[in-house]
Design a protein around this ligand. Structure first.
Ligand SMILES: Cc1cc2nc3c(=O)[nH]c(=O)nc-3n(C[C@H](O)[C@H](O)[C@H](O)COP(=O)(O)OP(=O)(O)OC[C@H]3O[C@@H](n4cnc5c(N)ncnc54)[C@H](O)[C@@H]3O)c2cc1C
Length: 386
């Protein structure tokens, strides 16, 4: 990192920490319990430049490395996991456009994305296809200078409030292998035929809209085909998912840290058998395990982000970080709950929110099973002798 990037990174991390302590934590539980969209917090994210963090300065962005992005996402998630979710889809799409879009597309879309006022959602999953990306059915038929897009998408995070969608679709249903027939289109939410079918009720991850979406013969200009060439969508999106996995893994570190910090603070105050519960070996050993696992996850995230910053393929590192961090987070939130005794099970404590938020991280951006497949394939590439 250059000195200027180092300084800019330190400034944004400090600013985000302050924002989380002063603006997010005091309101998170109440807004989360009401499932209320935190409009003021999202506006402040845009003002701080969080949506523009990873976009190059050439297009007006801050041009900061993914290592800094990971640290910022960890901080946001420490306050409220959903806040980091508002940023994720936007950053994945900006990464895809900047790395795979035509120069014209970069000039058209990236300055809008830098502002962070009109945000982008990312639509891969369908009612009948999630892990099996090549099985998507949404189809775009080319007709002159436009595509006619038809299909259904499921679990679209930020889907109700997004101004644009990056839509993964088939442009060739007969391609062999099928993933070679997949392309990515940028679709304006206001286009006739785009319908938000319903908001999906969730266990946690509240305040953030997750919707089912349909496209009914939507007209999309051919100039909105990312990279200008059909059949490149699968590769583009897989690379974008590495960025998404860095986000999810960082969120897991931040959420686990929040749970750990609440638990250790409580352990110094709560007394049982005449002494603070921290003094009981079973309690402090558990806290030691929690802290160690969080540090290990953070190092894996850093390794994945550094690889991405060097422009290298990071499926192995991002897969390991996402797998380890999300599973670790699941364990840490329940251990935090144990530390609170009965109070951890009440809505008076944040532990119940952490407990409801954590499972999303073991599913979103690919389940743990899928991460293991990604890791195993990368290991095969590295270790199998011909
Ligand atoms: C709150 C939330 C927000 C989301 N946001 C978005 C979003 O913004 N955009 C988007 O596109 N998607 C989004 N998703 C979708 C998410 O990425 C998928 O749910 C996830 O990838 C799993 O797909 P699926 O639900 O279809 O499960 P399936 O693919 O049906 O999997 C079901 C089970 O089978 C297992 N499985 C499947 N294939 C294999 C295999 N080959 N080997 C071993 N096990 C396997 C899975 O691990 C899982 O346990 C979101 C999901 C949630 C819950």
């Amino acid at each position: 990192m250059t000195t200027a990037a180092n300084d800019a990174s330190a400034v944004i991390i400090r600013e985000v920490k302050r924002f989380v302590d002063k603006e997010v934590i005091p309101v998170a539980t109440e807004l989360e319990h009401k499932n209320e969209y935190p409009a003021a917090l999202v506006d402040q994210l845009a003002e701080m430049g969080v949506f523009a963090m990873t976009i190059s300065s050439e297009y007006g962005g801050l041009g900061l490395p993914f290592v800094t992005y990971a640290a910022v996402v960890e901080e946001l998630s420490r306050g409220w996991m959903s806040v980091a979710g508002f940023v994720n889809t936007h950053v994945i799409v900006s990464y895809i456009i900047e790395n795979f879009g035509t120069e014209e597309q970069k000039r058209q879309w990236l300055p809008i994305m830098v502002e962070g006022k009109q945000r982008f959602a990312f639509t891969l999953t369908e009612p009948d296809a999630g892990s099996d990306v090549a099985a998507i059915k949404t189809f775009a038929l080319k007709n002159g200078d436009e595509y006619r897009l038809t299909g259904n998408k499921m679990f679209v995070s930020n889907g109700r409030r997004a101004a644009y969608y990056l839509v993964l679709c088939k442009t060739d249903r007969n391609a062999n292998p099928p993933h070679r027939g997949i392309s990515a289109l940028i679709v304006d939410q206001k286009s006739p035929g785009v319908v938000v079918q319903r908001d999906i009720e969730k266990l946690g991850y509240k305040g953030l809209d997750t919707v089912a979406l349909s496209f009914d013969d939507v007209r999309v200009p051919v100039t909105n085909l990312v990279g200008g060439k059909e059949g490149d969508g699968f590769r583009q999106v897989m690379s974008g998912l590495e960025v998404g996995r860095i986000n999810v893994a960082s969120r897991a570190v931040g959420l686990a840290r929040a749970a750990f910090e609440d638990a250790i603070a409580y352990s110094f105050q709560r007394k049982a058998f005449g002494k603070p519960i921290f003094e009981h070996q079973a309690v402090h050993m558990r806290l030691a395990d929690m802290a160690t696992k969080i540090e290990a996850a953070r190092l894996l995230v850093k390794q994945a982000a550094e690889k991405k910053d060097h422009g290298e393929r990071s499926d192995l590192e991002a897969g390991m970080a996402k797998l380890f961090a999300s599973e670790m987070c699941q364990e840490v939130v329940i251990d935090a709950m144990r530390t609170f005794g009965g109070y951890g099970y009440t809505k008076d404590m944040r532990a119940e929110r952490y407990y409801r938020d954590a499972p999303m991280l073991i599913v979103g951006e690919g389940t743990s099973d899928i991460q293991k497949i990604v890791i195993a394939r990368a290991l095969e590439r590295l270790y199998k002798k011909e």
